[in-house]
Structures are given as C-alpha cells and as structure tokens.
Design a protein around this ligand. Structure first.
Ligand SMILES: [Zn+2]
Length: 222
C-alpha cells in the first residue's frame, strides 16, 4: 500500500495506491462499493461523478465534489495520478498512459475541474524510463511533442521514455505547483524478499491491475 504525504496533509481526504499484495488500497474500503462503473480506454474523456455507482462509460479520468464517493483508476505501468484541491473540496483520479499523456489527458482533467483552490498532485507507481523502452518513432514523437522539456528529461536514454517526467511537465504547465512522486517503478521495484511490489504489464502481468483512488470524507468548501 502506497500513500502520498502531500495528499495526506489535506484534511477531509482519504487516498491510496494499490500494490501487488493489495490491489485495492485499504483506504478506499469504506466506500469501495460506491465506485463508478467505467471502462478505461486510453482516451482523454473526464467524467464528473456525483452519484453512487454511477455509470461513467468510457473514460480515463474521474472527478467529484461529492463526499463519500470514490474516484479511482486501474493501472499496471501507466501513470496513476491523484489530484486534490488544498481546501478538500474536489478530487480526481487520472489514468495517464503514454497515449493519454501524449493526447493531453492531464490538461483535460484540470480543465474539467475548473476554478477553485490550488491543486496538489500525487504521481503513483509508474514504470521507470530504464524499464520502458519504446519504438524509435514513439520516442521521437514524444521528444517533439514535449520539446519545452530537455530531450534528456523525456528520454533519459535512447528510446527510453520517462512517463513521470512528462506527467510532471503537464501538471506544472497547467499551474499545479505541489507535486509528489511516490511508489517507484511498477516493473523493477522489489521487496526485501526480492518479489515484485507491483503489477506490471511490461513485465508480463495480465488481467489483474492495481487500483488507485481517493474520496472526500467531509463536506468541502462550497
Ligand atoms: Zn523500472
């Protein structure tokens, strides 16, 4: 189980990132059955959640101002991103794979959240650049798309893409100043016994991804 000290510092919010031993974070257990029904499709659609067990359709980002309703996503290498307003009024969970990042799901999510108190962001367990080799074409596409960043930030070594760096860049470009990276690499992180800590699609895990999410426990500022 992985948590962010940044998000933990915001009152009225519970959050957690899953791991191989706890696919659903225990922090979400009290409200887990109320989660939306959804299908992640590596798109940029963001769904507003206001009802228990809401039918959210195809979407890769979810946000809510309603206390007691969880928003969550599943990942196994992609970036699990949790957002919360500083005043505890609004939270969001974003699934940002390479396609979502490339197509701008992070700015789309921040636009969907609208105006309000400053947003804090926690970037959860994500495949590291060393483990994430991509095609020459895809590497070049990213280097060009995110050319405001130094090339070695996007691609620390040739054809190895740093998804966390791209996510952080998009957050900062959209005005998010408080960002915490937690959890390490889904593919290469090991526990003391040498067992993988997370599920990783790249490493070969299929069919059981990890959940990450959060919810408001108290009524935030209107
Ligand atoms: Zn790694």
């Amino acid at each position: 189980m992985v948590t962010s000290s940044l998000l933990s510092s915001i009152p009225g919010i519970q959050h957690g990132f899953g791991s191989a031993s706890s696919l659903v974070p225990a922090e979400l257990a009290p409200v887990w059955e109320l989660r939306p029904a959804k299908r992640q499709v590596h798109g940029t659609r963001i769904a507003a959640i206001s009802m228990p067990k809401q039918e959210a359709g195809d979407a890769d980002g979810f946000h809510t101002k309603t206390p007691g309703l969880p928003v969550s996503i599943i990942t196994a290498d992609c970036v699990p991103l949790l957002l919360a307003r500083r005043d505890g009024s609004h939270v969001a969970a974003i699934h940002a794979g390479w396609r979502g990042l490339y197509d701008g799901i992070i700015p789309a999510a921040l636009a969907a959240m609208g105006e309000g108190a400053p947003i804090a962001a926690a970037v959860g367990p994500t495949i590291c650049a060393t483990c994430y080799e991509v095609s020459e074409e895809m590497a070049e596409d990213f280097a060009q798309r995110f050319n405001q960043l130094p090339r070695e930030a996007v691609l620390p070594t040739r054809r190895h893409l740093d998804l966390r760096a791209v996510a952080e860049h998009q957050l900062r470009a959209a005005g998010v100043e408080e960002i915490e990276h937690v959890g390490g690499c889904t593919c290469c992180a090991r526990d003391a016994a040498g067992k993988p800590i997370y599920r990783s699609y790249r490493r070969g895990d299929r069919g059981s991804q990890m959940h990450a999410g959060l919810y408001l426990t108290t009524k935030g500022e209107k």
